[in-house]
Design a protein around this ligand. Structure first.
Ligand code: HEM
Length: 453
């Protein structure tokens, strides 16, 4: 609710009496948010359900206030509760002191020095994965990228080899997410303990995932030596006061969180990148040139990452056009002012990287794929938070450097050997905004050997 007496009030389109703008938001999230920002400005008002006032914030400075300077006045939105059956009290969903404690514990696994050690695993797993591809075959590239990203997270974070990760973890996580998102987007739903058909199916999927995760934890417990990977850090952590370790449930929640956060996003970014390259032969040619010049025919190494500047810009540009986490949400934890407006505790805020990344005032020809725009430190010339694929502030993506390195090295390994084309009879490629912004119905792509040697 807005305190109208103190300041002006944001405006927005008139919504339905009970449901507000829920229908438009659900049926065309990206289009609806883009129109709202264009027509109603930096702070646009909408309503989801009879009581929930929501504000779409599309000004870089106000976004910075929510994520950084005034972050203590905001909580992850209540919407995240729908994810709790899946990821419990892991890093994405936990709040306040507990979040800070867990974040401090987990952070060392993502230090830049640590990440460069992961580079070799990223390269080895990618080369092994693509070695089975046959010249000219059609592949469901979106599933390939999920499986590959899962095996990379699993090996680097938990020292666990995960073959067929899409079937074992990716698909059940997807099924669980579909239910979670449906619950997020419907106003009234029955509690999970009521054995409706969909609740039973949800529980089955969660049980399947739990059995995989607990197997990983138990196998580690049986090992004689401790390891210093993320699983080791979680399992060896001791409370400062009582010296107590983390419960199995908490270790499970953090592991599931990293599996979820660490695969879907990067895999989606890589899928979009391969699609964009297939549509832009001039960018593809420059990429091939860089790969051939920097790497040639030898196996890529982690050190190549720093030398592949055009490849890096391709990833930044792909994250601009299709940011995998296209909208972040927060609830005001107390009454708070932003700019000229005063908001009440409980008000909800949407911060859309998609909307910001497509604003012509920050990105010339925003719909065009132009990796060169990131040259010469372009981001330093626009306001912070005009571009924020990884969020910001204390809850900035913990895996941001890991993800960029992974995306660049995977792309380098693939394009050193293959040209990836969209299948000739492909359906129209459109983004589907679920938890991440994915290509709707996946991407069928032809892998063609490059014969560049
Ligand atoms: C291109 C790939 C990725 C993108 C675009 C991305 C994006 C994001 C964004 C925007 C957030 C902030 C969410 C918010 O503030 O509400 C976030 C949080 C998070 N990400 Fe990523 N992410 C990526 C890859 C990864 C990877 C590879 C990992 C782990 C291996 C990871 C782990 C996490 C975790 C644990 C959080 C929650 C952090 C916290 O709240 O303290 N992400 N990610």
């Amino acid at each position: 609710m807005l305190d109208k007496d103190v300041h002006g009030s944001p405006t927005g389109p008139k919504g339905r009496l009970i449901t507000g703008h829920t229908k438009e938001f659900q049926s065309d999230t990206i289009g609806f948010l883009t129109r709202l920002a264009r027509e109603y400005g930096d702070v646009a008002k909408l309503r989801l359900g009879p009581f929930q006032n929501v504000y779409l914030i599309s000004d870089p400075d106000l976004i910075k206030q929510i994520l950084v300077t005034k972050q203590k006045s905001f909580l992850k939105s209540r919407d995240f509760n729908s994810l709790k059956p899946l990821i419990g009290e892991g890093l994405i969903t936990s709040e306040k002191d507990f979040h800070l404690h867990q974040r401090r514990l987990i952070q060392p696994s993502f230090k830049k020095t640590h990440i460069s050690n992961y580079g070799q695993d990223m390269i080895d797993l990618t080369r092994e994965y693509i070695s089975t591809w046959k010249n000219g075959e059609e592949r469901m590239m979106t599933e390939d990228m999920m499986s590959l990203a899962l095996s990379i997270v699993s090996k680097t974070m938990f020292s666990t080899e995960l073959k067929d990760g899409y079937n074992l973890i990716g698909e059940p996580i997807d099924d669980a997410l579909k239910v979670a998102i449906k619950r997020m987007r419907t106003l009234f739903h029955l509690p999970l303990w009521i054995p409706t058909k969909s609740n039973r199916e949800y529980k089955e999927v969660l049980d399947r995932l739990d059995s995989v995760i607990y197997r990983i934890i138990e196998r580690r417990r049986d090992e004689a030596e401790s390891r210093d990977d993320m699983l080791g850090i979680l399992m060896d952590a001791r409370d400062d006061v009582g010296g107590l370790g983390m419960s199995d449930q908490q270790v499970r929640d953090e592991v599931m969180t990293i599996f979820l956060a660490g695969h879907d996003t990067t895999a989606t970014a890589l899928s979009w990148t391969l699609y964009l390259l297939s549509q832009h032969p001039e960018v593809e040619a420059k990429l091939f040139h860089e790969i051939d010049t920097v790497i040639g025919n030898r196996p890529p190494t982690p050190d190549d990452f720093m030398k592949l500047s055009y490849t890096q810009n391709i990833i930044w540009e792909s994250l601009r056009i299709y940011p995998p986490l296209y909208v972040l949400s927060r609830n005001a934890a107390e009454d708070v002012s932003l700019g000229n407006y005063h908001f009440k505790k409980g008000d909800m805020f949407l911060l859309s990287s998609y909307v910001m990344h497509h604003k012509p005032e920050y990105f010339d020809q925003p719909e065009s794929f132009i990796p060169e725009r990131f040259e010469n430190n372009y981001l330093k010339t626009i306001p912070p938070f005009a571009y924020f694929p990884f969020g910001g502030g204390p809850r900035v993506c913990i895996g941001n450097h890991f993800a960029v390195m992974e995306a660049v090295l995977v792309l380098a390994c693939i394009t050193q050997q293959y040209r990836i084309k969209l299948a000739p009879d492909h359906h129209e490629v459109k983004p589907l905004p679920l938890l991440t912004l994915r290509p709707k119905s996946g991407l069928r792509m032809i892998v063609e050997e490059r014969n560049n040697g």
